[in-house]
Write a protein that binds this ligand. Structure first.
Ligand code: COA
Length: 160
């Protein structure tokens, strides 16, 4: 049976840190669904459509990766698509508390869904989407931290 895992997040925007985790996951699972959360309470720079476009263009040649968006509980969406594993990255000790809380809540909501944590490569362990946006809009260099296509999306926002 093919193993299917879900990698959820806001991806506002996707960074090379996320891509690093996806690449690592591909060594473990047969297929990964990258699931963008539709969360009206989190103010995002990019719309769901834009975030989907970014991710789809990055992974267009990889049939092992599917891009989806979802609303509501993660465990419900995972069940809907037939995934029994949630992948998350653990960048630093500071991520642990939040991730631990989420993993235990997800386990309580649906014990069949397992959480798997992967460590990022050290060169990406300090980045987040917010820090990327801040550095970019203040004119700092983000080359190597996000895919080229994402820089283009960010440039379009600067023009607005
Ligand atoms: N590389 C770079 N940045 C990373 C990263 C990595 N490997 N892993 C996480 N990050 C960053 C993200 O860029 C994001 O940065 P930002 O806050 O500056 O935007 C931050 O870490 C948060 O990560 P993200 O993965 O986007 O998490 P989130 O908190 O927005 O969403 C969900 C996490 C989607 C898994 C969670 O909200 C969820 O499951 N929601 C559904 C509702 C639900 O089921 N709730 C009950 C479960 S408790």
């Amino acid at each position: 049976m093919n193993s299917l895992a879900i990698y959820p997040g806001s991806f506002d925007p996707v960074t090379n840190g996320h891509i690093d985790i996806i690449d690592k996951s591909l060594g473990i699972f047969d297929k990964i669904v990258v699931a963008i959360i539709v969360n009206p309470s989190k103010k995002t720079l990019f719309s769901i459509k834009e975030r989907e476009m970014m991710l789809k263009s990055i992974f267009k040649d990889n049939e092992k990766i599917e891009i989806r968006s979802f609303e509501g509980l993660l465990v419900d969406f995972a069940t809907l698509i037939g995934a029994d594993t949630v992948i998350r990255g653990l960048r630093a000790v500071s991520d642990f508390e939040y991730e631990f809380q989420m993993a235990l809540m997800n386990q309580r909501l649906n014990p069949k869904i397992k959480s798997v944590y992967l460590m990022p490569s050290p060169e990406f362990s300090f980045i987040s989407s917010s820090i990327i946006k801040e550095v970019f809009f203040f004119g700092g260099d983000i080359a190597g931290l996000v895919p080229r296509g994402v820089v283009e999306f960010l440039e379009k926002k600067r023009e607005v």
